[in-house]
Design a protein around this ligand. Structure first.
Ligand code: ADP
Length: 189
């Protein structure tokens, strides 16, 4: 895999303050608002966001859809639905990867250069932080590596709310970095 990890940045903070092309919302499948990061995004974007979500008629787990950002500093909100954690044997890793991938495809289709993600599914949906971070980093890296070097998006920000979440993402990024280095040294790709 082409090394694309310099396009991925782990930061700690509140995603509603990210002045980027698109922020990703960890929504529920109704798209009609919830708690956690979803509640924070709707509160910061204003009531127009809910009005924009209503006609979309919901979104399946692993899918994504896009609206304007309204009063947010971000131009767009990409709403995706991560899986609820049921122990890991009900397709959760594949569904989580699909949520990241669907969001990245929409970002690319809408010419977004910089995209900010929260740690999808790791709040109320209960996905263990380390495992979710591993899926997040790997899926984003694979997506970027599959595409031409100058294609969009160019920068992915993983916006972690807590110190523990930031640590989990930094560790996941470091593990992938080491794996790529080992592959490089052994001449495989
Ligand atoms: P889910 O239902 O997908 O688990 P949650 O909103 O409950 O979604 O949590 C997803 C992640 O978003 C959690 O790690 C939570 O700590 C984090 N989070 C909550 N509020 C914010 C915010 N304002 N900015 C960034 N991340 C947030």
């Amino acid at each position: 895999m082409r090394n694309v990890l310099h396009h991925i940045h782990v930061v700690q903070g509140d995603i509603t303050r990210e002045a980027v092309d698109a922020i990703v919302n960890a929504a529920n499948s109704s798209l009609l608002g919830g708690g956690g990061v979803d509640g924070a995004i709707h509160a910061a974007a204003g009531p127009e966001l809910l009005e924009a979500c209503r006609p979309l008629g919901g979104c399946p787990t692993g899918g994504a859809c896009i609206t304007p950002g309204f009063r947010l500093p971000a131009r767009y909100v990409i709403h995706t639905v991560g899986p609820v954690w049921h122990g890991g044997f009900e397709g959760e890793p594949q569904l989580l990867a699909s949520a990241y991938r669907s969001s990245l495809l929409l970002a690319a289709d809408n010419a977004c250069r910089v995209v900010a993600f929260p740690a999808i599914s790791t709040g109320v949906y209960g996905y263990p932080a380390d495992m979710a971070a591993t899926v997040a980093v790997r899926t984003i890296a694979e997506f970027l590596a599959e595409r031409p070097e100058d294609s969009l998006p160019q920068e992915i920000r993983l916006v972690c709310f807590s110190d523990a979440s930031r640590q989990a993402h930094e560790n996941a990024l470091q593990r992938l970095r080491e794996k790529l280095r080992a592959q490089d040294e052994s001449g495989t790709c």
